[in-house]
Design a protein around this ligand. Structure first.
Ligand code: PLP
Length: 379
């Protein structure tokens, strides 16, 4: 049973079922000049428009990329100018932003990291202190992939633009789109990243949505596809999966949200009844899709493997950073190391059921108790 949906999700059946038709009608190269190429190009443009419409971003542009990681790199490297003096980034960003800005810091740019609150959201007071008129670029994620914290992007944009109206603001929306309401017109950011495989589309496809005023420099050069910003023949199948996944998720947002919220509430209530010692690191204003939770006295890796033997798959923090010890984000939340070492990330999708959550609780209870008993015997 899969409870690691913040790392990836199962592709929606509708997308799989429609693939044969997409392949029959649109396998052509969208840059080809004959009629079928043109038809494929028209289909591509329709999908681009529909994604923007679903995110209330009709005044924005959209560039398809090979992942959200690439879109995040494009947002940073594509807008970087020698005259940008200072870059502000939250310390809670995904490695695709965090490691990118560490690289540009090495290249001599001034990068400052904004602290997190205990609940994993960006510390607005720290942001206000660091937001000066010489900040040229900001990147702050919408929903944190480790703990589900939702950042108040509108407030951040208002503060930033009141200090420097020309500052470029990027937001990584990978864990937000299709899970909470995303209205780009209201958010008023300059750039927004999305990914298909977190919302039941294919792996290896994402997009950067951006304000028409932004002049993006390419980071991949070649045949000039995607308006000369991202060369390479467009991945029409992947793009179809992104378009359809966004459409399904946005149009079923409230139903899925209620379902997942119900799963989370059920999980916490039942877990409390087991008497196991645990600590939840996700606060009140967070996405119900992601939970960061410590099982006190257990090492996360061992518990994860024990659960895996019970056919339960959970994460121990972001899959992209799971090979590294410690956890930058939980540390920034001020969580003690003993709790970080016993922390698992449990993340739901629309496909999880109450029965599965029941089995999850049973398995956690069994594995934690077996684990603690073994340790007791050992000492
Ligand atoms: N940003 C966030 C918040 C994520 O959770 C992830 C994936 O874990 C990414 C970016 C990278 O997405 P992709 O796998 O499409 O490169």
């Amino acid at each position: 049973m899969f409870f690691d949906n913040a790392s990836t999700t199962k592709v929606d059946d509708t997308i799989i079922q429609n693939l044969k038709k997409i392949n029959d009608e649109f396998f052509y190269n969208p840059s080809a000049l004959y009629s079928e190429g043109l038809k494929t190009k028209i289909f591509l443009e329709k999908m681009r428009k529909d994604i923007l419409k679903n995110l209330n971003a009709e005044d924005y542009e959209l560039i398809f990329t090979g992942s959200a990681t690439e879109a995040n790199n494009l947002a940073v490297f594509g807008t970087l100018k020698k005259n940008i003096r200072k870059i502000l980034v939250s310390i809670g960003e995904h490695p695709s932003i965090y490691n990118t800005v560490c690289e540009i810091k090495n290249q001599g740019f001034q990068v400052e990291f904004i602290k997190l609150n205990n609940d994993g959201s960006v510390d607005i007071d720290d942001f206000k202190n660091k937001m000066t008129s010489d900040v040229g670029l900001i990147s702050i994620m919408h929903v944190c992939n480790e703990n589900g914290a939702i950042n108040n992007i509108e407030e951040i944009v208002n503060i930033a633009k009141s200090i420097n109206e020309k500052v470029i603001i990027h937001c990584d929306g990978v864990q937000a789109v299709g899970k909470i309401n995303v209205n780009l017109d209201n958010l008023n950011v300059d750039m927004y990243t999305i990914s298909a495989h977190k919302i039941h589309g294919f792996k290896g496809v994402g997009a950067l949505i951006f304000n028409k005023k932004i002049k993006l420099k390419p980071i991949i050069y070649g045949g000039g596809q995607e308006n000369n910003i991202r060369s390479g023949t467009e991945n029409v199948y992947g793009i179809y999966s992104l378009y359809k996944a966004v459409d399904i998720a946005v149009n079923n947002l409230q139903i899925n949200y209620n379902h997942v919220m119900n799963l989370k509430n059920h999980f916490i209530e039942k877990l409390e009844n087991t008497g196991i010692s645990f600590k939840l690191h996700s606060g009140n204003n967070c996405s119900p899709y992601i939970m960061s939770i410590s099982f006190l006295g257990c090492r996360a890796e061992t518990l994860l493997n024990l659960l895996s033997d019970e056919n339960i798959f959970v994460g121990n923090g972001s899959a992209c950073s799971s090979k590294k010890s410690g956890n930058r984000i939980l540390e920034a939340q001020g969580i003690p190391m003993s709790e970080i070492e016993s922390n698992l990330r449990i993340s739901f999708s629309k496909y999880n059921t109450i029965e599965e959550v029941g089995y999850l609780i049973e398995s956690i209870s069994k594995c934690v108790n077996d684990y603690l008993l073994k340790i007791k015997k050992h000492f």
